[in-house]
Design a protein around this ligand. Structure first.
Ligand code: ATP
Ligand code: K
Ligand code: MG
Length: 669
């Protein structure tokens, strides 16, 4: 399968693939290099990506946005309220999971955040397979650095429902930094360069500081503001105009979802214009109550409006630097990515924070997806990529707990905040029976509110105490894996075994001297090497490790997978039905036209009369009963017309061929 990297953006997503020639961004069905992160639900089918975005204003109540923010969000989380404020779809809870409530295929339905992201990923996959004419199975998915274990697991589950194999979940900015390290040709060989990467997107702001040299990258520190992005700028502008329009036109767009959403869209546009111009207009016809609104904003107005936001830009940078143990002076280079980093006052703010200008080596919009595709390729058994080593940084200390046995403690902080991952540790426990292990965040107070402090539970079974021993020595291989998941990779019992080992004889130095007199003795010693008995710990039995964590069970994954592919089949059938209907309609018009022109001498008057009537009847049917019919009926009607149409066409074509031949014969003569 083609290595596939996805930058799942809250606003739009970028996909890239790795091929022999390199890493390419894949365009979508309308040749855009980014696809709106939108899932819309209709009477019959879903509209995902571009089509969903196109239908958004006319289908606000059933168009789900903010997929990435919803993913894996618990209903207890205050962030659900934040997202509800940006969403036009009611967000509800089902068994603790955030769901969107929509009307689909004529019924009220609820879809979990994991299902929604799966729908979207499936669309991206489908698009990539079509564009690259290859199959896509393995995926490296980029997610925000602030995703918790539960959110990362939800991301992996969404991939699985979409029929994808998540070979790695990677932090977005880490993926961009990998891309930087892989493609930049002038990196130092030894003393690594310190680079600060800043990503300001639609909904969040991240600063990641990394040490990079040829073939190697290590994340040193990360800071973020989860609620700082382009959408907050849009909201500030919209709220400003909401007040202005209330005063000026006596209309309250806040009371009208559609009006508010139109002003929001216009505000985003205005914001973008202001990135390149010093002033920009806003004009919306009949925004509500038949009122047309118009106004304008200058770059200074905007800057004034977003002052409270700009003040928050420094904190994530300082946090990242603190974690990295670096000062702004020690940072060699600053890279800005993400759509919102195009805003001039934000650029100035970043420059002020560091006290130096930034570079633009990376493509603002595509570097995350490209880095992710490269990482996916690193995991591919078939594609060979340039060797590159990289390590990310752990943001939360994690402690593993067990029921105390004969060891002197019942827990151990295994992974520290600020340590690098992937990383592996071995824990030794002395057990007489099967046991359980829990992993928990060490400092719940550092976590987003409503995060479950329990990361996972494992039950380890198969423990047998070896003969002549009091307990089994159980080894646990605990790992923070490349995706950042806290795991127990394996567990096994070890026991001391005795081994006979040859004692290495030091090469006798006095060989030459001894050669004279004590020949006999020397020879005998060489023939029979000396042995010693050594005791070694060896694995004597593998134990069963069963994981219980925030993932969906196999049964539910299978159920969701099945549902998803049923919806895909429905979408496909709707698209094909529409296609056949259009084909029928078009055939009626062309055939009618030709019957009066080029075919007119090739049909008998009876045929003409019969066919004309059929064309008229079918046309009437199309606008009446056949307006909303089945694919089969459209095909049948088409074939009915074509059986006569093709007969006439055949005669016409034969005549044309005959004329052509005559012409050629004349030429030759
Ligand atoms: P996130 O990373 O937060 O999940 P995302 O990856 O979808 O979101 P990006 O694609 O990096 O976000 O950026 C989208 C944001 O950038 C939008 O809010 C958009 O309005 C903003 N944006 C794009 N172009 C410009 C511009 N020229 N000036 C100002 N803002 C812009
Ligand atoms: K994006
Ligand atoms: Mg982004």
């Amino acid at each position: 399968s083609t290595p596939f990297g996805v930058d799942l953006g809250n606003n739009n997503s970028v996909i890239a693939v790795a091929r022999n020639r390199g890493i390419d961004v894949v365009v979508n069905e309308v040749s855009n290099r980014a696809t709106p992160s939108v899932v819309g639900f209709g009477m019959k089918n879903r509209a995902i990506g571009e089509t969903g975005k196109n239908q958004q204003t006319s289908n606000l109540k059933n168009t789900v946005t903010g997929l990435k923010r919803l993913l894996g969000l618990s209903t207890e989380s205050p962030d659900l309220q934040v997202e509800q404020a940006f969403s036009t779809v009611p967000l509800v809870g089902k068994e603790g999971q955030a769901c969107a409530k929509v009307r689909f295929q004529g019924e009220q339905q609820e879809f979990t955040s994991v299902q929604l992201v799966a729908m979207y990923l499936n669309k991206l996959k489908d698009n990539t397979e079509r564009e690259t004419k290859s199959t896509v199975k393995d995926i490296c998915l980029a997610v925000p650095v602030w995703y918790t274990e539960a959110q990362r697991r939800a991301a992996a589950d969404a991939c699985k429902i979409a029929g994808l194999n998540p070979v790695r979940i990677v932090n977005e900015v880490t993926a961009a930094a990998v891309g930087y390290g892989v493609f930049k040709t002038d990196l130092p060989e030894s003393d690594p360069k310190k680079v600060a990467f800043i990503d300001i997107g639609h909904s969040s702001y991240t600063c990641t500081v990394a040490a990079i040299k040829m073939g190697e990258m290590k994340v040193l520190g990360t800071g973020y503001d989860k609620h700082f992005g382009g959408r907050d700028f849009d909201k500030a502008i919209t709220e400003h105009f909401a007040d202005e329009f209330k005063e000026k036109y006596k209309i309250d767009i806040r009371s009208n979802a559609k009006a508010y959403s139109r002003v929001l869209a216009a505000s985003e546009k205005l914001k973008k214009v202001l990135s390149a111009n010093s002033a920009a207009p806003i004009n919306i016809e009949s925004v509500m109550n038949d009122v047309d609104v118009s106004s304008q904003m200058t770059r200074e107005d905007l800057e004034e409006l977003v002052q409270p936001l700009l003040k928050r830009a420094a904190n994530p940078v300082h946090e990242a630097l603190k974690m990295a143990g670096l000062t702004t002076e020690e940072v060699d280079s600053i890279e800005l990515i993400g759509g919102t980093s195009r805003i001039p006052c934000l650029k100035n703010t970043i420059t002020e924070i560091f006290g130096k200008p930034f570079s633009t080596t990376l493509n603002q919009d595509e570097s995350i997806a490209k880095g992710a595709a490269f990482i996916c390729a690193m995991h591919s058994p078939t594609l060979r990529v340039k060797p590159f080593k990289f390590e990310d940084i752990n943001l939360h200390s994690v402690t593993y707990f067990w029921e105390q046995g004969s060891e002197d403690t019942d827990h151990l902080e295994v992974f520290q905040k600020g340590a690098s991952y992937p990383s592996t540790k071995i824990i030794t426990l002395y057990r007489t029976k099967d046991f359980e292990v829990d992993a928990k965040y060490t400092h719940p107070e550092d976590l987003p509110p409503a995060t479950n402090t329990l990361i996972a539970k494992w039950s380890v079974s198969g423990v047998e105490v070896p003969e002549n021993e009091e307990s089994a020595t159980c080894k646990l291989k605990v790992r923070q894996d490349p995706s950042g998941f806290y795991t127990i990779e394996e567990s096994y019992i070890v026991a001391e075994k005795e081994f006979k080992e040859i004692v290495e004889q030091p090469e006798p130095e006095k060989k030459e001297e001894a050669a004279e007199g004590e020949e006999g003795e020397e020879e005998e010693a060489a023939k029979e090497p000396e042995y010693k008995i050594v005791k070694k710990l060896v694995k004597v039995k593998d134990l069963n490790v069963q994981y219980f964590g925030p993932t969906l069970t196999k049964t539910i994954l299978d159920e969701f997978h099945e549902k998803e592919f049923k919806m895909i089949a429905d979408d496909k059938l709707v698209a094909e039905t529409e296609e056949r209907k259009n084909a029928l309609e078009e055939y009626i018009y062309t055939l009618r036209g030709k019957l009066e022109e080029e075919y007119k001498d090739f049909a008998s008057p009876e045929e003409k009369e019969k066919l004309s009537k059929m064309l008229m009847d079918t046309e009437e049917w199309l606008y009446d009963e056949g307006y909303d019919s089945t694919k089969g009926k459209y095909v049948a009607k088409y074939e009915e017309l074509a059986s006569i149409g093709n007969l006439i066409k055949g005669r016409y074509n034969a005549k044309q061929a005959e004329l052509k031949q005559k012409k050629n014969e004349k030429k030759e003569a």
